[in-house]
Design a protein around this ligand. Structure first.
Ligand code: UPG
Length: 468
């Protein structure tokens, strides 16, 4: 068998992230881990996504190859090549299906590359399995979700648990994991439809079939975090799982050597808060959540009333919040409308809480920084991630919706109460302590001899051994 340390000829790996920030960022971190192990790495993307990837990896030897993204996709505005730029998330599946138009160019490019030992492509780019098979290359699916959520989704689907209750908010026991209770509102179509059909269903089926037939599936998680669910996957699901995360610990956030005044204004602001002995709540909802104006205003009031210090990152597309809000709170709150280095913010000593939508990257980044979470799931598998964070690993609390429903509106009073609890209350202290314990386990998993480090070494040995 070839060894990652013993081979003189470096092996070549192809990575193909889905064009969405939450899916691309962890694969770029995986690229770093592969480069550390002296593999040659080629990343495929589209022209509009190239600058983001280049900026993240311009200190490395990766090759970035871009393939044109069709400008002829019904419903998708010309020039949009990533999901965070879509005018509406209802276009997500049309966008996902449109990636298939890249297949001929991808295969031509693969043909002209040095021999590829394995491909890691996002689950949403399902057709890359067909391409990999044509060239006899093992394909690993990159899974953006954790074991908990994927396992619960599989379990409720196989046992058809979502079609009994009349109400979307009725608690359902997950038979295979009886300590877990969910509601239909924790899931999204097509899972919630008893006779699913249409574009979304076709897309999801393509993804699942290709995933099942792939060589392996890579999870951005670590065994010690969710061993029950990793074992379940290993026992009951296909393909073989490989836990190589948390990828956000692949390297520390870029060190800032520049003088104070050159730091982004929000880092200066956090430094100042730290010097004053103040703790800060960080608020961000990932790269694609859509929040109504009414809900944004309610968040603003809740933050203002809570009197905590806060840094709130708002996506550019979100409208103004409320008259004079920023001026009134300026001594203890800052609103940022730019792309930030979220990992840097979470690692900042002043940040002691994260009001998050529980996208898996955000949740993991928070856990790795020892910052407890105030979970406010909004779309996709986030309601399950929130259950995991709050009920399973107990590193967070949950916002209160006005009607108790998973998808309910959050009034400012419910937000204020839970923000204070997280930042100042007893429950906040408990989850902060637990979070720090989990942070240590996460770091160990990525260190020499740690479970994730060993798993990635094994994966490389197993696949590169086949192509010497
Ligand atoms: O200004 C910003 C905004 C975001 N981020 C990063 O962008 C990523 C966002 O990922 P995530 O927190 O997972 O949120 P989404 O972008 O919403 O992620 C999508 O993809 C995830 C992975 O599959 C799913 O768990 C989510 O439900 C889905 O919405 C994270 O690494 C953040 O650190 C920044 O660095 N700066």
């Amino acid at each position: 068998m070839a060894s990652i340390t013993g081979d003189s000829q470096p092996h070549h790996v192809v990575l193909f992230p889905f064009m969405s920030k939450g899916h691309t960022i962890p694969i770029l971190l995986l690229a770093r881990l592969l480069l550390h192990r002296r593999l040659i790495v080629t990343i495929f993307t589209t022209p509009a996504n190239r600058p983001f990837i280049f900026e993240s990896l311009n200190d490395t030897t990766v090759t970035i190859l871009d393939l044109p993204f069709s400008h002829n996709v019904p419903d998708i505005p010309v020039g949009i090549e990533s999901t965070d730029k879509l005018p509406s998330m209802s276009m997500f599946h049309a966008f996902g299906n449109a990636t298939k138009l890249m297949q001929p160019d991808f295969e031509r490019a693969i043909q002209n590359l040095p021999r590829v030992s394995f491909i890691v492509s996002d689950g949403f780019i399902w057709w890359t399995l067909e391409s990999a098979s044509k060239f006899d290359i093992p394909r690993f699916v990159f899974c953006g979700m954790n074991y908990y959520s994927t396992s619960v989704i599989r379990a409720v689907d196989q046992d058809r648990l979502l079609f009994g209750p009349e109400s979307d908010d009725e608690l359902i026991t997950v038979t295979r994991f009886p300590w877990i209770k969910v509601t239909r509102n924790d899931f999204v179509p097509p899972l919630t439809e008893s006779e699913p059909k249409g574009l979304i269903y076709e897309f999801i089926m393509n993804v699942i079939v290709a995933e099942t037939n792939s060589y392996g599936i890579i999870f951005n998680s670590f065994y010690e975090l969710e061993s029950v669910f990793a074992d379940y996957w290993n026992r009951e699901c296909q393909p073989k799982p490989w836990s190589v995360g948390p990828l956000c610990l692949a390297e520390p956030p870029k060190a800032r050597n520049e003088p104070y005044n050159n730091k982004p204004k929000w880092v200066q602001w956090l430094d100042k808060k730290f010097d004053q002995g103040n703790s800060v709540l960080y608020i961000a909802f990932g790269s694609q959540v859509e929040i109504s104006l009414a809900q944004l205003k309610e968040i603003a009031i809740g933050l203002e009333e809570s009197k905590v210090n806060f840094l709130w990152v708002i996506r550019k597309s979100e409208s103004e919040i409320s008259d004079g809000f920023e001026e009134r709170v300026k001594d203890r709150g800052i609103v940022v409308r730019e792309w930030v280095d979220q990992r840097e913010i979470l690692m900042h000593e002043s940040v002691q809480g994260f009001l998050s939508h529980c996208g898996w990257n955000s949740a993991l980044e928070s856990i790795c920084a020892g910052v407890p979470i105030l979970a406010w799931p909004m779309m996709a598998e986030q309601p399950l991630n929130a259950r995991m964070v709050v009920e399973e690993i107990k590193v967070g609390l949950r916002v209160e919706t006005w009607d108790g429903s998973v998808r309910g509106f959050v009034k400012w009073e419910g937000l204020e109460k839970m923000v204070k609890e997280l930042m100042e209350g007893e429950k906040g202290k408990e989850v902060r302590k637990k979070c720090m314990e989990v942070t240590e386990k996460a770091k160990k998993a990525m260190e020499e001899g740690g479970s994730s480090k060993c798993t990635l070494d094994l994966l490389i040995d197993e696949t590169c051994g086949k192509t010497t």
